[in-house]
Design a protein around this ligand. Sequence first.
Ligand code: PLP
Length: 426
Amino acid sequence: MSDYQSMDKNALESELKNLKAEYEDYKAQGLKLNMARGVPSTAQLELSLPMLDILKSGSDCLSVSGADCRNYGILDGIDEAKELFAQMLGVKPENVFIGGNSSLNMMFDTIACFSENGIGGEDPWLLQGKIKFLCPAPGYDRHFGVTGFFKNIEMITIPMTENGPDMDMVEKYVEDPTVKGIWCVPKYSNPDGITYSDETVKRFAALKPAAKDFRIMWDNAYCIHDLTDTPDTLLNLYDECLKNGNEDLPIMFCSTSKITFPGSGVAALAASKNNLDVLKSRYKFQTIGYDKLNMLRHIRFFNNYEGVVAHMQKHKAILAPKFELVINKLTEELGDKNIASWHKPNGGYFVSVNVLNGCAKKVVALCKEAGINLTGAGATYPYGIDPNDSNIRIAPSFPPLDELAKALDIFCLCTKIAAAEKLLDK
Ligand SMILES: Cc1ncc(COP(=O)(O)O)c(C=O)c1O
């Protein structure tokens, strides 16, 4: 019998004994494998290398407007970069602000701006006492790190469903005027790989928050990061907001971190004129302008949006087999054990596994002892606390296939050991 939950005590004891013997063998191998952070592999980084020497002369450094990109200026980025990111985010170029090398940095600056300068004509968040931010979870740990950094912000966990955040809860919470925003990764969410349904997007666009300074932090980090030929489609939030007279609601973000080079790509945000005016009134003191040469290198390398989409096919060819391997291993090893569940993503960078309640920390610790590094259990929840101690994020992108296979074998083994021990009450 393979369903652990229906095994009798003796059978499970004997299964655990075998699992532990297997585990000791792995431990003796002194492995050092990493499935912790979602970073592109070396082969993926090589894809964009020609970009680095694409600007060869002074005339190569001129933007379409004739501006010399080697020099100071153009706070919100060159026109051709706005055009490209507008297509990625599904907005008009005039709604785009091109930033530096990191969208997370722009998200932090946005929260800092609203905290110190206010938004929507309201007082700065820092002067409003305790405020709240909605955090769909499991979610991106660094989002929670940003809002956690601001000590007046209390983070409220909103459960994720197959269609996105629990919208009944979101609609209820926004009736509270101290609720000021929500984090969203609407396509191939980190870590679940879920794309918000059309209904979810429509309900976001139709929100009528009590707080005039409520904003949706729409982090579309994986907007074109498909892994299959039948990718998910995401309804355009900005268009839906326009229909509802709610264009001030979203602040949208993306970057080329997982298209070209993490840490050396180009990031952008998109927002209504009202929101952009407030953000620019702060950015103009923060910088004279971001790295326009890097914007230009990206433009010259891709030519246009279609060029970016074609480039993503090359990433897909490297990444898809890794995700396939993860899903196959999970299915083979855990599929019939009734001790874990997961979602098969059509894109993004993660597979999120829910092990038996109370077992995630144990699985991560067992993996660590056997040389497998995973994202810490709890990291996918606000304050690093997973109330069920169940969610584990697997990042398959970096290790080569053979290492990934071994790491997955050990992960599945540790999941089985933790489950058997839990069921035997050990
Ligand atoms: C959802 C999400 N947003 C943002 C980022 C970071 O983006 P950037 O490199 O543009 O700062 C990541 C990186 O893993 C991510 O998963």
